[in-house]
Design a protein around this ligand. Structure first.
Ligand code: AMP
Length: 946
């Protein structure tokens, strides 16, 4: 048999095999590696399998071969030594390399020649040594070659079989030859495993690859994970699908598959996959493995700052702290510049570096401290602040806070008062005390005060009426005579005359007269009953007992500037003088009686620019005109209410006197409404009326009677707030175009004036209420002229005959009822302004109440100039008709729609009007109602059908 040459060429093959072994394979048995020491059993012992030794390059190789093909009934066994099973391995791979000789290559091949052999296994818990019993083996596989060897060229076959499952400690393999010529070149028994590995900073142990197995790992040193990291080991020995990630601890960063401490100067604040960062600004350099970098001395982190943020220092003090002077109404404005050093933090939330402080006592000094705060201010050792103390002008008189009654008799009252601050000893203030009998209210047109000047803070008033209440007010005067603000009004009552006193009365009076003469300098400032006759045009103060009930007792009373002999004193008293360089006139917006009215800007020192209206006094004025011009300011200056035009101040110490007021962007109310005819909803119109009523309530509470309330004298600002204006003292009756001379002198705006004021000049807040009713009508009729084209005479006649204006179109019924109430002939039954404000408020709170519309009679409301004396056909042409209802703007639309005759107009329906292009609801209604009126033969109706 030619087996030797077959074996001699095998070594090349075996040599190559040594380098293709996979590292994941755990070898339990390797025939080639064991050399001659295999110690395998053969059975029968001498026949059958035999070991063949070959030396290649000095190395010995052994193979087992058998080639007993001559005789039948062959059964040759080759059994391995005991192979220890590894825990966790229930299956092993058996890899065989072998050569089988082709049976046909043997001459006269016997029928017994085979080309396969069998693989057997027997499990055992211990090595049984040479005790080999065939019966204990079970067959695993028949091993057949893929290619048999025919010539000299050896065909080596490799077959791998998985053997298992196994449960005992170990096993034997056996090869059964039944008459085959076979050389077993190599037998390798191994199992696969997933090698120990580190993945995503988690270490996994070596794991037997028996079937797909989940393996739990552990984070490497200095790493953590939220959930236990896992990975799968496949039967092929591969790791797949790692789950869960470990991250390096704070102070450590990833380097490959391990975590290393941050280098000095670096830090990492949290467990994360990120790398260590360089220490931020204003921190000390860190040491190895830092989790944060400590702040440098003088720098801090606020509790809300993350450890990654730079450290910052508290800001320095605000700079350039300035204050305006404390105004009489207790306000001042502080301004400053932001701190120079922000300490490394940005300004956030810094709005204006300015603040207005109000509710201050204008007679006290204040110290204000302004401090810049940042998130780290609390850590600073010192708190840099800017401080300013308002310098109180001691020549500025203190306020009289309280008047005390020290003593009283039937004819005298001894009073003293306390001050808001004690003036320094070297400043000598004087005091002006004003008093009047309380029941003087309403008796006369103008309140008569008696003025007493004293240089002490106490006084005795004599010559009073017994058992009578007097009201007192005191103000301090500076050494230069500048007045401070008035105390509130105090009331004191003289005692009644007792029996005994009546007898001794004359003696007492005598004594009092002598005593008082020494202490007091008495100035009777106003003997107004006389003065009133001299100045018939002067506006009155409280004059209607109806408005001087306790319930309406004013907080402050308006003082007629004409009470002062020198009107300049009134101006000084009530008005702020403005530096003319602070004002710049921009554009003429109107013309008043005394000159042009400009829009301009005022830039008071240290305060932002504000838009203003500037009334000027034309050149060539007389002194009287100048005083009349400025008297409006001294009236306006006494008022402070959101619905009264606010006086900013005056320029008097300059050739061109000016009155500066707040600027009202939308101008006069009548023009404003005419320009928006039909465009504003009732709710908004009623809101405007509410504002005017609130302003008028304020004026009547101050006992001021306006006398010329009309929409043209109400101004509208950009927020549509309405403010009452026009407080001209003399011009009320003289400059107003509506003013009409009455038989008794003066001019009266007839259409707006209550009958008793026209008839016998009884101007009161109740007559202002009448005018307010007319303003209500003007507003609801979008600036329509009251009583249209009727002459003043016709108007007066109609009013006296109890006719009243009809409801404007679309006017809520409740509003018409209210205006109607304002036109009650008996003034005591007209509502008060406080009632009007309440009623309007209620309506505005419940807008549903404005939905009911007052009956509207188009035949009355649209009575227009061209209709008044018209006997023939009403409107000859469409343009004439449109002009008469002030809708000329639609003429082209009518022509375009082919509506050219009045017959066509009369046949128009509601939707036809819309289709012509009339969109605004107010205009729609005006046109529709007019057509209705035309159909009803307007010419046959009288003006007032109410
Ligand atoms: P007067 O002399 O007050 O009637 O002012 C004449 C006109 O100037 C007024 O009808 C307004 O058009 C305009 N006017 C007056 N004061 C102001 C103001 N404060 N804001 C805007 N316009 C004003």
């Amino acid at each position: 048999m030619e087996l030797r040459p077959l074996i001699s060429v095998l070594f090349v093959f075996i040599h190559q095999l040594a380098f293709s072994l996979q590292s994941k394979e755990q070898v339990l048995l390797d025939m080639r590696a064991s050399g001659s020491e295999l110690g395998w059993l053969t059975l029968p012992y001498e026949n059958g399998w035999e070991i063949v030794q070959t030396v290649v390059n000095g190395s010995l190789f052994y193979t087992y071969s058998v080639c007993s093909i001559d005789s039948t009934e062959q059964e040759n066994w080759l059994r391995t030594t005991f192979i220890q099973r590894r825990p966790g391995t229930s299956r092993v791979s058996v890899e065989l390399r072998f050569v089988v000789r082709d049976c046909n290559s043997f001459d006269g091949a016997s029928v017994a020649c085979k080309e396969t052999f069998n693989l057997f296994i027997s499990e055992a818990d211990a090595d049984v040594g040479t005790n080999f019993r065939k019966g204990q083996f079970r067959k695993v596989a028949t091993i057949a070659p893929d290619e048999v060897t025919k010539g000299r060229e050896l065909k080596v076959n490799t077959e791998t079989r998985i053997v298992g499952p196994m449960s005992k400690e170990g096993f034997y393999l056996a090869f059964q030859d039944m008459g085959t010529c076979v050389a077993l070149l190599s037998v390798r028994v191994y199992y696969k495993s997933c090698p120990s590995t580190v993945q995503s900073l988690a270490a996994f142990p070596e794991t037997v690859a028996d079937a797909l197995t989940v393996v739990e790992g552990a984070c490497v040193e200095n790493a953590v994970s939220q959930a236990t990291p896992r990975i799968y080991c496949t039967a092929e020995g591969e790791w797949v699908v790692p789950v869960g990630q470990c991250q390096c601890l704070s102070g450590y960063e990833t380097t490959g598959e391990s975590c290393q401490a941050c280098k000095p100067g670096y830090f990492k604040p949290y467990a994360s996959s990120e790398l260590c960062q360089v220490c931020p600004d204003n921190t000390r350099p860190s040491s190895t493995g830092a989790t944060e970098c400590q702040c440098e001395e003088g720098f801090f982190r606020s509790p809300s700052d993350p450890p990654t943020s730079p450290c910052s220092a508290p800001p320095s003090a605000p700079r350039e702290l300035t204050s305006t002077t404390l105004s009489a109404d207790g306000r001042l404005q502080l301004s400053w510049s932001p701190p120079l050093v922000t300490g490394g933090r940005r300004h956030t939330g810094l709005r204006d570096a300015t603040v207005v402080v109000s509710d201050l006592d204008s007679h006290l000094n204040y110290t204000f401290t302004v401090e810049a705060h940042s998130g780290v201010s609390q850590y600073g050792t010192d708190r840099p602040t800017a401080t300013i103390t308002t310098a109180l002008d001691y020549t500025d008189p203190p306020k009289v806070t309280l008047i005390h009654l020290d003593d009283r008799s039937p004819t005298s009252l001894s009073l003293s008062w306390t001050l808001s601050r004690r003036p320094p000893v070297h400043i000598n203030h004087r005091y002006e005390l004003m008093y009047r009998r309380k029941d003087d209210d309403g008796e006369r047109d103008v309140t008569t005060y008696t003025v007493v000047i004293s240089d002490k803070s106490s006084v005795q008033i004599n010559d009073l009426t017994p058992n009578t209440t007097y009201t007192f007010r005191v103000q301090a005067l500076s050494p230069e005579g500048n007045p401070g603000s008035y105390s509130t009004e105090h009331e004191f009552h003289t005692s009644p005359i007792a029996e005994s006193q009546v007898q001794g009365n004359s003696t007492m009076v005598m004594g009092a007269v002598v005593g008082v003469a020494v202490i007091l300098l008495v100035v009777v400032a106003v003997l107004l009953l006389r003065k009133r006759r001299l100045r018939s045009h002067v506006r009155g103060g409280p004059e209607d007992p109806y408005f001087s009930t306790d319930q309406l007792k004013p907080l402050k009373t308006y003082i007629d500037p004409h009470m002062y002999e020198d009107p300049n004193i009134a101006i000084q008293k009530f008005v702020t003088e403005i530096d003319p360089t602070a004002i710049s006139k921009q554009k003429v917006i109107g013309v008043g009686e005394f000159g042009e009215v400009f829009w301009g800007v005022m830039k008071p020192h240290g305060r932002p620019e504000v838009p203003v209206a500037i009334k000027t006094l034309k050149l060539g004025y007389s002194e009287k005109q100048r005083q009349d011009f400025l008297s409006e300011a001294s009236i306006m200056g006494q008022f402070s209410h959101p619905n009264i035009i606010r006086l900013e101040g005056v320029v008097t110490k300059f050739k061109h006197a000016m009155i500066v007021t707040e600027y009202m962007e939308n101008g006069a109310l009548d023009i404003y409404l005419k320009d928006r005819d039909g465009e504003l909803p009732s709710y908004q119109l009623v809101g405007m009326l509410r504002g005017i009523a609130a302003g008028m309530k304020y004026l009547s509470d101050m006992n001021y009677v306006h006398r010329d309330l009309a929409a043209r004298n109400v101004l509208v600002n950009s927020n549509l707030e309405c403010k009452v204006s026009d407080f001209g003292l003399s011009r009320v009756l003289e400059d107003d175009a509506e003013g009409t001379y009455t038989t008794r002198g003066g001019k009266i705006p007839i259409r707006w004036t209550a009958p008793e004021a026209i008839a016998f000049r009884k101007f009161t807040s109740a007559s202002d209420v009448w005018s307010f009713g007319i303003v209500m009508w003007e507003v609801m009729a979008f600036g329509e002229r009251p009583y249209w084209d009727m002459s003043n005479h016709e108007v007066m006649k109609a009013i006296n005959e109890a006719f009243r204006l009809p409801a404007p179109m679309d006017c809520p019924s409740a509003i018409y009822q209210l205006m109607f109430q304002c036109w009650q002939h008996d003034r005591s039954t007209r509502p008060r302004f406080s009632d009007i404000v309440n009623i309007l408020d209620k309506l505005l709170r419940n807008p549903e109440s404005l939905k009911t519309i007052a009956d509207f009679d188009p035949r009355v409301s649209i009575r227009l100039p061209s209709t008044s004396h018209c006997d023939g056909p009403l409107f000859g042409s469409v343009p004439e008709w449109l002009e008469s209802i002030k809708m000329s703007q639609y003429y082209e639309s009518f022509t375009r729609a082919g509506i050219t005759t009045m017959e066509q107009v009369l046949s128009l329906r509601h939707e036809d009007i819309r289709n012509i292009g009339v969109r605004l609801p107010g205009h729609m209604k005006r046109i529709a109602y007019s057509i209705l009126g035309l159909k009803d033969e307007i010419s046959s109706l009288s003006v007032f059908s109410v």
